[in-house]
Design a protein around this ligand. Structure first.
Ligand SMILES: *Cc1c(COP(=O)(O)O)cnc(C)c1O
Length: 368
């Protein structure tokens, strides 16, 4: 019997993207079976971390990398690494930052809530978030002003949907931090398909989730400068104990990166585009629904299906449609952030043809 049957769990079709409350992603068979093997045995964790570092370095061109529990942990550990470097007394003292530099500058519009406030991750290390510019606008000059007083790091966020206001050019922001002698850290949580691009900004550390599009077990990756990666790992003797990577997480990351290297990105992209195009064509045949493919705004290499709901013709508005989809069995979850403006967005990346069919059947039932 399936887990869902045995424990009476809600069956889910997840068209909401890499969403933490729904279990984020689906691992493939190779990752799942390798992780199952890992759970049955012992390892020298430092050796696993070294293999992961080499696999990530090979696949992204980075100097080094380390695996942490998740990206929330990676942000805290990256900030801690900038504060303590490898000084044992400092590592043992955190989160008490007495006598250490602790200001962490970030553009105000990057201080997002991705389930909890990003600034909490800074505070957990003993750092003090300093917001540059305004919520809707942060220029390089604003960033330089905030960096005029001693800072320990500059944190930037790269996200498809969360950052607010005018985008700030990450390469210029990194350069501004470097002019002040401050390391730049990029939280690129879901951007695992663009790691070389994020490294090319000159960032000292790039942080990404391994459980998002890479689809390994939950893990965060700290990628970049060898000395800072080592200082992040050294936190395991301090605040990092509660944020450590598991053996199954590290093994999952290694095999997921090997699979990523073998991936024919062109063919993968074509499959995703075809799935979205078929969905859009069929959704457009439904009363009161206008559908179109939308490219990811942050440059991830796939599109999503946008649905504009006209309540006069469909009989219900976008919010009610999202609710109806969620209440059925299986429970269908869509991106409903723009529902008040009449729009729903569906991400089909992890879904099979049968699931895409199910969504279309449920849409047809809801609007007729
Ligand atoms: C998902 C996400 C995180 C957190 O990642 P976890 O690995 O779940 O801790 C951090 N920042 C952003 C922008 C995210 O989207």
């Amino acid at each position: 019997m399936s887990l869902h049957g045995r424990y009476r769990l809600t069956r889910v079709i997840n068209a909401r993207g890499t969403y933490t409350p729904l279990g984020v992603s689906r691992s493939d068979d190779v990752v799942a079976s390798t992780v199952a093997d890992a759970l049955k045995d012992f390892f020298v964790i430092d050796e696993l971390q070294a293999v992961a570092s080499a696999a990530i370095a090979r696949s992204t061109g980075a100097e080094a990398a380390a695996v942490t529990h998740c990206v929330a942990a990676a942000v805290t550990l990256a900030v801690a690494a900038a504060m303590t470097r490898e000084v044992p007394e400092r590592i043992a003292a955190l989160p008490d930052a007495t006598g250490m530099p602790y200001r962490v500058v970030l553009p105000a519009g990057h201080a997002v809530d991705y389930g909890h406030p990003l600034v909490t991750d800074i505070r957990l290390a003993g750092g003090k978030p300093v917001l540059a510019g305004r919520d809707d606008h942060c220029t390089i000059t604003d960033l330089e002003q905030a960096l005029a007083q001693p800072a320990v790091a500059c944190l930037l966020l790269l996200s498809s949907r969360l950052t607010r206001g005018q985008p700030i050019d990450p390469t210029e922001a990194v350069a501004a931090a470097h002019r002040r002698g401050v390391p730049a850290i990029i939280d690129g949580a879901a951007q695992d398909m663009r790691i070389p691009e994020l490294l090319a900004t000159g960032a000292d550390l790039v942080l990404v989730s391994a459980q998002k599009y890479l689809a390994s077990p939950t893990a965060g990756l700290i990628i970049g400068r060898r000395d800072l990666v080592a200082a992040a790992r050294a936190q395991e003797r301090g605040i990092g104990r509660a944020m450590k990577a598991t053996k199954e997480g590290i093994v999952g990351v290694i095999v997921a990166f090997e699979a990523r290297e073998r991936l024919d990105l062109g063919a993968w992209r074509a499959r995703q585009d075809a799935k979205v195009e078929t969905f859009v064509a069929r959704a457009n045949a439904l009363p009161g629904i206008d559908a179109a493919a939308e490219q990811d705004p942050a440059g991830m290499p796939f599109s999503r299906a946008g649905l504009w709901v006209d309540p006069a013709r469909s009989g219900l508005d976008a919010t009610a449609l999202a609710q109806t989809l969620r209440q059925g069995d299986p429970s269908v979850w869509v991106m409903d952030e723009a529902a008040a403006e009449g729009k729903l967005l569906l991400e089909l990346v992890p879904l099979g043809e049968d699931e895409v069919d199910r969504i279309l059947v449920r849409l047809a039932e809801a609007v007729s």
